[in-house]
Design a binder for this molecule. Structure first.
Ligand code: PLP
Length: 407
């Protein structure tokens, strides 16, 4: 006899009726890369680790005995380093005692924020395409996911401001923002941020903003676009939770040290949920990340990383264009989106399944980041996301493979 059961995760479509995982295209593409030996430009993690001085700080912390549960909100030294960073970089003043919480990566900060602040009567609004974890956590909160599209323009992916205005309702509880934006590589402009802020204020919505790529804006013909936290706009600090992480900034994605900063009552709500998700994590990594946030040599390393990523972005973009794809040059992040329609490919997922054989490369269809049937989903049906956070020699080989596509 089979017992009937259900769960929020199952109701949200994350699990099938028998409890097995819903097949994700990410798992399928990584398996394909492994079985074919193709170059994996699907998953976005660096193939070179972060600064040796930061790794040494973590090793020292283990030797010095930072191996038991750290305090629930994170060690004070790290909360102070985060507060200093927000003040020095952006003029955002937060009290490390009450307004900063260390989490198990940005992922937990996002999950705990949405679970703490939104529920079944609420809508959570994101840009679309969106980082895939957003849809999952909104579903787990039992809230409704609404979206406003980013559109490909000659000026990069830009927020459709009319659609954004229409997407807001009086049920919009959270705007879950992301800039620099994964997967499009857009860095939201001041005007776009002002539009989001104005609408959030009009509808009395909170803003939860995922800024894990805050230091990875990339130089281009108009210089390096500034990253502006929406919390720094007039009147926004009191309704905004700002999230970031050490993973992308310092190329230690496996360390999973993230944080959230904002008004005391909101951070307290997030801390209450976080307490029962992981409680705490990463004891020896916390002092190492505090060191990384404060050390001028590491800050220079991060700037050098951004400069090197800009060159690697150019290398991959030029290769994709030479192969005949349409490319929207990203202003930040690890990723570029390319449209395969000029080569006659209408379906990005189908192309991704064929890419290892056609070009020896793996990408991810952009439809992995959209809601089926939405306007963004239709507009991006033939688009593929590639990462350029790989060594130049790896990207050069990928570009050689991609060149076969156009022949
Ligand atoms: C990588 C990534 C995260 C996850 O960050 P962790 O610190 O590894 O949990 C969150 N948001 C976006 C947009 C990302 O690309």
């Amino acid at each position: 006899m089979t017992r009937r059961w259900t769960s929020v995760a199952r109701a949200a479509g994350l699990l099938r009726a028998d409890g097995t995982p819903g097949a994700t295209i990410f798992a399928e593409m990584s398996a394909l890369a492994a079985s074919t030996g193709a170059i994996n430009l699907g998953q976005g993690f660096p193939d070179v680790d972060g600064p040796a001085s930061v790794a040494a700080a973590a090793q020292r912390a283990i030797a010095d005995g930072a191996n038991q549960y750290p305090p629930g909100p994170g060690i004070l030294e790290l909360r102070e380093a985060i507060a200093e960073h927000q003040a020095a970089r952006y003029g955002l003043v937060v009290d490390p005692g009450t307004q900063v919480l260390v989490t198990a990566g940005a992922t937990e900060a996002i999950a705990a924020s949405v679970l703490a602040l939104a529920g079944p009567d609420d809508e959570v609004l994101t840009l679309e395409p969106f980082y895939d974890a957003y849809a999952a956590v909104v579903a787990m909160a039992g809230a409704t996911h609404t979206t406003a599209p980013l559109r490909a323009t000659p000026d990069g992916f830009r927020v459709d401001l009319a659609a954004l205005e229409q997407a807001f309702t009086d049920r919009t509880r959270i705007v879950l923002l992301n800039t620099p934006h994964n997967p499009t590589g857009a860095v939201l402009t001041h005007d776009e941020l002002v539009a989001v802020a104005r609408l959030a204020q009009r509808h009395d919505a909170l803003v939860v903003t995922d800024e894990v790529y805050e230091h990875l804006t990339l130089d281009g013909p108009h210089g390096r676009p500034p990253h502006v936290p929406i919390a720094s706009l007039p009147g926004m600090a009191k309704r905004t939770l700002t999230i970031s992480s050490a993973g992308k900034t310092f190329s230690f994605t496996g360390w999973k040290i993230g944080w959230v900063a904002g008004p005391e009552h909101l951070v307290a709500a997030v801390r209450t949920v976080k307490q029962f998700l992981t409680y705490v994590s990463g004891a020896p990594f916390q002092p190492a990340v505090a060191f990384a946030l404060r050390d001028p040599g590491v800050a220079q390393w991060v700037d050098d990383l951004a400069a090197s990523l800009a060159r690697r972005r150019d290398l991959l973009c030029e290769g994709l264009v030479a192969a005949g794809l349409d490319v929207v040059r990203p202003d930040g992040t690890y990723f570029v989106l390319a449209d395969a329609r000029p080569l006659g490919h209408e379906d990005g997922a189908e192309l991704c399944r064929a890419l290892p054989a056609l070009a020896g490369v793996v990408g991810v269809p952009v439809r992995a980041f959209t809601t089926a049937g939405s306007s963004a989903d239709e507009a991006l049906a033939s688009w593929v996301r590639f990462t350029f956070v790989k060594r130049e020699d790896v990207l050069e080989r990928a570009v050689e493979g991609l060149a076969r596509l156009g022949r």
